[in-house]
Design a protein around this ligand. Structure first.
Ligand SMILES: Cc1cc2nc3c(=O)[nH]c(=O)nc-3n(C[C@H](O)[C@H](O)[C@H](O)COP(=O)(O)OP(=O)(O)OC[C@H]3O[C@@H](n4cnc5c(N)ncnc54)[C@H](O)[C@@H]3O)c2cc1C
Length: 482
């Protein structure tokens, strides 16, 4: 068998801010092809890396060697070799390249749903696990925390099934069913592999814990940071999902306007008017128009000093009494995802959330005063349960994330994001792997106390740095450096 590929074909991420011409671009559609690609990379002495749907703004998915697109690996699979005593937690096993959107449809047909997701659904299952993509809700973890089993093609081109101790796979059934594969059931291996940004192999399939289908009601209320600050942390416990959009610039009264977004379980049988069963239709419509992005950029250029007022206006139009629907529709923030934008996100330990917002405001103010550089999009504060995955941004405890969204073309935008990352570093702020970041080997080691444990597991699955990439070299964490 010889898997087809394109040579030196340009690949770019979905926004086009990251591009590469890999030696070979593969699009496998079977596990056997995936294994052959990795074996070929090893025998050719070339690096290899999987890419999901290219929804990372950072360089995390680039490969100059062989790049493996996974869009043809998006099928649902049977949960195989399940232990007889697994218990009541429902599981869903799918190929790694399935998009969250398709997964939601598969689950919905079975009366199931994800317990939690981020604000968008175009990413792939392996992509969101690999960068610790998350939503908001302090009792709910990030995507890797819902993974129960990961089938990974490592540098030996074999399939390794990785689970926690006591994971769902029955070892005897597994040995009979997959004599060529290897089963790892220990927490150390799982916690290292779960968030690996493609550095430990190519994920073929994932088994996720899911839940019964449920509805949510979303309410978005205007508030101020003074009020929100006083209500934390109690508000987190009182709401399944709680998220805040904040204007970093004060209004004339010195207050920072916010929108507080609460999403809680809802009864689907209650009768509701049509406007409560959809988002503001005109915001959805306008966000889809390319001209809106261009128009926004023009206004930002002509009148940069009007940015604080425009952010207040954006917050005002987001207010909404009720939007109810199936969980996966309400958790998706809608067409706002389609606006031409890029973003950084910094995760800070929850107990430093007040200092973090003070720091955010001070940095925004400094750049406004000194450089006339302004935020042109919303800043979202989200709250996520701690994770045991060694390289999750949530590793070690509950976290507040600060997402800094800027419209494409924002004057001084990258400098502004870099300044936020630097200022929040002092508070232990960890940049999102999949969003714009300036991580270095020094900051990675400082921010992730389990880095060496992660690297030790990586060495077992990738002893020669076959999954190294421009990203690992930029950040200074190539396996080859070991
Ligand atoms: C519009 C938009 C909205 C977003 N919303 C959120 C949000 O709400 N919350 C949040 O936390 N983040 C969010 N993000 C960030 C995004 O979820 C992450 O960057 C995510 O990793 C992208 O997934 P992807 O499938 O596109 O993967 P890619 O960007 O293609 O790849 C991401 C990483 O996963 C690795 N990878 C992908 N597939 C495999 C595989 N099969 N095997 C091994 N490694 C693999 C890649 O090598 C790379 O390191 C958003 C991004 C965008 C553009």
């Amino acid at each position: 068998m010889s898997v087809a590929y394109s040579q030196r074909k340009r690949w770019h991420n979905h926004t086009g801010n990251q591009a590469v011409e890999p030696l070979r671009l593969y699009k496998p559609s079977t596990l056997a092809e995936l294994q052959e690609i990795v074996a070929t990379a090893v025998s050719d002495g070339v690096s290899v890396r999987a890419v999901g749907s290219g929804h990372s703004w950072s360089d995390v998915a680039l490969s100059e060697g062989y790049l493996v697109e996974t869009n043809n690996l998006g099928r649902p699979l049977e949960v195989d070799c399940l232990r007889g005593d697994w218990g009541a937690e429902p599981l869903e096993r799918v190929e790694a390249g399935m998009r969250i959107r398709a997964l939601n449809q598969v689950l919905d047909k079975k009366g199931r749903a994800l317990s939690q997701m981020g604000g968008y659904d175009a990413q792939t299952v392996a992509g969101v696990i690999s960068t610790s993509t998350h939503g908001s809700g302090i009792a709910l973890g990030a995507f890797p925390d819902f993974a129960r089993s990961i089938d990974l093609v490592a540098a030996d081109a074999r399939v390794h099934r990785i689970e926690r101790a006591g994971g769902p796979t029955d070892p005897d059934a597994f040995a009979r069913e997959h004599p060529e594969w290897e089963l790892h059931q220990d927490d150390d291996t799982f916690d290292a592999i779960a968030v690996s940004m493609g550095c430990t192999g190519v994920i073929y399939a994932v088994t996720l814990a899911v839940t019964d289908a449920y509805w949510l009601t979303e309410v978005r209320e205007l508030s101020t940071w003074t009020q929100v600050r006083a209500g934390l942390p109690a508000a987190l416990e009182g709401n399944r999902h709680y998220e805040v959009y904040i204007n970093p610039y004060p209004g004339d009264d010195g207050e920072h306007r916010c929108i507080v977004c609460r999403r809680n379980a809802a009864d689907p049988r209650r009768s509701r008017t049509l406007d409560r069963l959809r988002r503001h239709w005109w915001i959805e419509f306008l966000s889809r128009l390319k001209i809106i992005g261009l128009f926004g950029r023009l206004i930002d250029r002509v009148s940069p000093d009007g940015a604080p007022r425009r952010i207040d206006q954006m917050l005002s139009i987001l207010a909404d009494n009720e939007y109810s629907g199936p969980s996966y529709k309400v958790l998706n923030i809608g067409s706002a995802n389609l606006l031409p934008a890029y973003s950084s996100e910094i995760a800070v330990p929850f107990d430093r959330h007040r200092e973090a917002v003070d720091t955010l405001i001070a940095t925004a103010d400094r750049h406004r005063r000194l450089g006339r550089a302004y935020h042109t999009g919303l800043i979202s504060l989200r709250f996520v349960a701690g994770s045991s995955a060694y390289l999750s941004m949530m590793q070690g405890g509950d976290t507040m994330t600060i997402e800094l969204i800027l419209m494409t073309g924002t004057e001084g935008g990258l400098e502004l994001l870099a300044a936020h990352e630097e200022a929040l570093h002092v508070l232990g702020g960890r940049p999102h792997w999949g969003q714009v970041n300036w991580l270095t080997d020094e900051t990675v080691r400082e921010l992730y106390p389990r880095y060496d444990d992660w690297d030790a597991v990586r060495a077992r699955f990738d002893p020669e740095g076959r999954f190294d990439a421009p990203f690992t070299r930029r950040v200074g964490i190539p396996a080859a450096a070991r």
